[in-house]
Every structure is written in structure tokens, then in C-alpha cells.
Write a protein that binds this ligand. Structure first.
Ligand SMILES: [Zn+2]
Length: 170
């Protein structure tokens, strides 16, 4: 997906799990900073969807930034944002999640720049923001959070699946 979609989706999941939003936003954003590698010409793994789109990178960055965030929940939120990003990338072309292992994680549902999928997930996330903003005590219990989380993930997959039939791109 496009970077704003990653950010919206990460923050929506943080809302649902009652985690701080800013670290999730950063987690959803930071992996795509590897686009800058295209200017360097370094080659693999220093390419877009290379070393910065791996579990190792997320773990190392969350360990390095742990003293900055200071709170455990902030690091959890960052990891949530980063893994939500990787999940959306898996359904839009794939990533080498367990690099340096060579297994390519991909389940191509839709193109990363699909208009319907990107706008749909941003709108779904916005609906989540509005819901939790207007009703701060919504879905407080652990089970309710799990159901909401599963519902939003399912709807995002459904939106992506439908998007594949509507081939307009951004
Ligand atoms: Zn990405």
C-alpha cells in the first residue's frame, strides 16, 4: 500500500489495542524510508522492500529506540505499526520477512497502488478513529479488542480483495 495507508492502518490498530498512537504511526511510516536507497545505487539488500522490510530490522530498531520511547507500551506500539506495514506489503508484492533467510513472504491480493484498496483502508481507519474518538470507552475488554482487531484486519483484506477487481491506481 501507499505510505499514508500504512500510517492510517497502523494508527487504527493502535486505537483498537489502546496503545499510544504516535509510535504506531512511526512504525507504519519508517520502513518505507528505504525508498531513499534507490538514490544510492547500493543494491540488494539496500533496496526498497529489502533489509528495512524484515523482522530483524523491526526488532533491532525497537531495541535501539526503547530508551527513547522509555515505556514498554510505546515499543509495543512501534512494533505493531511496523508489522502492520509488513502485513500490508505481504498482500501487495511480498517481503523477505525473515531475511537473511531467503523465504519470500507473499500473498498477492492487490497492487500496492490500487485506488480502491488504499482509499478503502484509509476510510476504514478513519471510521475507527471517529468511533474511538466519539466513544473513548468503546470495546474496552480484552475480548472486545480482539474482536475489533480481527474485524478491522478482515475488512482490510476484504477491501483489498475487492480492490483487485477495480483496477484503478493512484
Ligand atoms: Zn513497505
Amino acid at each position: 500500500m501507499l505510505t499514508p495507508t500504512h500510517m492510517f492502518f497502523a494508527v487504527a490498530l493502535a486505537y483498537i489495542l489502546k496503545l499510544p498512537r504516535i509510535p504506531a504511526l512511526i512504525g507504519g511510516l519508517v520502513l518505507d524510508l528505504d525508498l531513499i536507497f534507490s538514490l544510492t545505487g547500493l543494491g540488494f539488500p539496500f533496496v526498497h522492500r529489502g533489509i528495512m522490510h524484515t523482522a530483524v530490522f523491526v526488532i533491532v530498531i525497537s531495541a535501539i529506540t526503547y530508551p527513547v520511547f522509555k515505556k514498554k507500551y510505546h515499543s509495543c506500539s512501534f512494533v505493531l505499526g511496523a508489522f502492520s506495514h509488513l502485513s500490508l506489503d505481504i498482500i501487495t508484492g511480498g517481503v523477505l520477512l525473515l531475511y537473511p533467510l531467503g523465504t519470500f513472504f507473499v500473498y498477492n491480493l492487490v497492487s500496492y497502488d490500487n485506488l480502491f484498496a488504499n482509499v478503502g483502508i484509509c476510510l476504514l481507519s478513519t471510521a475507527v478513529f471517529l468511533l474511538y474518538y466519539s466513544r473513548p470507552n468503546f470495546a474496552e475488554t480484552k475480548n472486545q479488542r480482539i474482536i475489533m482487531f480481527a474485524a478491522v484486519v478482515f475488512l482490510s483484506l476484504l477491501i483489498s480483495y475487492i480492490g483487485a477487481f477495480i483496477p484503478y491506481t493512484i
